[in-house]
Design a protein. Structure first.
Length: 506
């Protein structure tokens, strides 16, 4: 950021965009200059031609600013206001959108405080789960409104990025070890080959879209308490056209790199809960996280940020390390805290971005075609409907585990047949299984249910009382007293290094 006057500042001041009585700060990037003045931010493209873009003429600068306005107003209309012409009249005076010759173009935006950027808030304990779920939902909405691109070659598209990353890393052999770069590229390529059918199928189903393209923590602002993505990739349609999960992966990688694993896991699970069309892509996320971290590695190297480049390279390699997935089931009556426990441990399980938390309450609403917190009538809770929900839970768990991802199954599991079925999923997929049974007296369960806010669960006092007499606690599962916070017990009864290796504590 710079406060020194320059010809462009004087140009905008003369045109009436900048208030000379207020301080003006400049943010300079490779392709743009942003002027912060009062309640406004004014963005001009620099007259440069680089590898990825060409802003060398006023016409080109106008086109890309107009594109930036149009694209970003989809999800940040309160920030992006208008593109203005800077014109010089016959008498030499400058105006915005006045008569005369067009000198240049400027994008008018609403300024927000620098500390509103999510990158400045992303610290342990700063982002609560409710905000993170809202963040995930904002990304789902962004992707739902993104134009579909007709492209059947999802694997080839991602491989192009990988090949480009290797070329970019090779420019900095003193920063990024060439052997490590080749090893990383080889691993990612093998992973893409293994998942090519899924990548291509997603492309054929419309999951390749013109997305944000640069969805990291520095490009999300908190405005009026809600997350607002902004500053999408506007200058290269090809770079911004990708699988929606690769777009999400930038945000997840940014959180994971800051050791905000729980936060990343909350975001990805809420995203998938809201976007069932992307369930099949959960197994792709380790690949996409590795690719995103690789991009950060060579970008850091280009900026002479040697420590960051080394850190991101190590992170990328870590994402490609083979990890044995595992299945954990959290059972017990309504109000015992199963969902709280599942969310508490989801980020501790590997591979990244943690376990897929499959909750029967959410799946029930999905199968019924209603919103997550919309209450279903008692008539919807038939034995057939209940069986369909558990069948869907087992199906999704099988798919995720077979794809190498860990799963936490969150359900009452009140019948022996349900307990046996989820254990069979682990057997069939060859993964380790741990079942936890949460125990809590009826009065406390009813109290928790009564004071619960909007939630996917429809359980009420009568349901809780009915469960007291009908539940079949499994002898072979680990029983936990849920009067205290059970998440502490669960997180500390399985050593972290054993979680990552897919083994329970002896």
């Amino acid at each position: 950021m710079s406060t020194n006057p320059d010809p462009t500042t004087e140009l905008l001041t003369a045109a009436g965009a900048l208030d000379p009585d207020l301080p003006t700060d400049r943010i300079v990037t490779h392709g743009a200059v942003v002027f912060l003045n009062g309640t406004h931010a004014w963005k001009m493209k620099r007259p440069v031609r680089l590898r990825f873009f060409d802003f060398s003429t006023p016409e080109l600068r106008h086109d890309v600013l107009q594109q930036e306005l149009t694209l970003n107003r989809r999800f940040a209309p309160e920030v992006y206001r208008a593109v203005h012409a800077i014109r010089r009249a016959d008498d030499g005076s400058l105006t915005l959108d006045g008569p005369g010759e067009t000198v240049d173009w400027v994008l008018e935006m609403t300024r927000f405080d620098d500390d509103a950027l999510l990158v400045h808030r992303a610290e342990p304990g700063n982002l609560d789960d409710a905000f993170l779920r809202t963040l995930a939902e904002s990304v789902v909405d962004l992707h739902a409104s993104s134009p579909i691109r007709d492209d059947p070659h999802g694997a080839a598209r991602l491989q192009e990025v990988v090949d480009g990353n290797l070329a970019s890393m090779s420019v900095f052999p003193d920063v990024i070890d060439p052997a490590a770069a080749r090893r990383l590229t080889s691993r990612i390529t093998a992973m893409i080959t293994e998942r090519s059918e899924t990548l291509d199928a997603r492309a054929r189903r419309g999951r390749v879209r013109r997305v944000h393209g640069d969805l990291h923590l520095g490009n999300i602002a908190i405005i009026d308490g809600r997350p607002v993505p902004f500053d999408c990739l506007e200058f290269d349609e090809e770079m911004a056209t990708t699988d929606v999960l690769y777009d999400l992966a930038f945000l997840l990688m940014d959180l994971w790199a800051r050791d905000l694993r729980h936060e990343a896991n909350v975001v990805v699970n809420q995203y998938l809960d809201r976007s069932p069309d992307d369930e099949d892509g959960f197994c792709l996320l380790p690949i996409m996280l590795a690719v995103r971290a690789t991009v950060r590695a060579h970008v850091s190297a280009a900026a002479d940020a040697v420590d960051d480049a080394t850190r991101y390279l190590s992170l990328a390699l870590g994402f490609t390390e083979p990890v044995a997935p595992r299945l954990m089931a959290i059972g017990g009556g309504s109000g015992t805290g199963k969902t709280t426990v599942a969310r508490a441990i989801g980020g501790d399980l590997e591979p990244a971005p943690g376990a897929r938390i499959l909750r029967t309450d959410v799946l029930r609403k999905r199968l019924a075609g209603v919103g997550e917190t919309e209450k279903l009538p008692r008539s919807a809770y038939t034995p057939q409907a209940r069986s369909a929900v558990y069948d869907e839970l087992n199906r999704l768990a099988t798919t995720d585990l077979a794809g190498g991802m860990s799963v936490v199954a969150d359900a009452v599991f009140g019948r022996a047949t349900q307990q046996q079925a989820i254990a069979s999923v682990a057997t069939e997929t060859g993964v380790d299984f741990t079942g936890w049974w949460l125990e809590l007296d009826e009065a406390e369960r009813i109290s928790r249910i009564t004071h619960r806010g909007p939630d996917a669960s429809d359980a009420d006092e009568s349901v809780a009382r009915g469960q007291t007499a009908t539940l079949e606690p499994p002898d072979e599962w680990i029983h936990v007293d849920a009067h205290a916070d059970p998440s502490f017990f669960l997180r500390n009864s399985v050593r972290p290094q054993e979680i990552s290796r897919g083994r329970t504590k002896e």
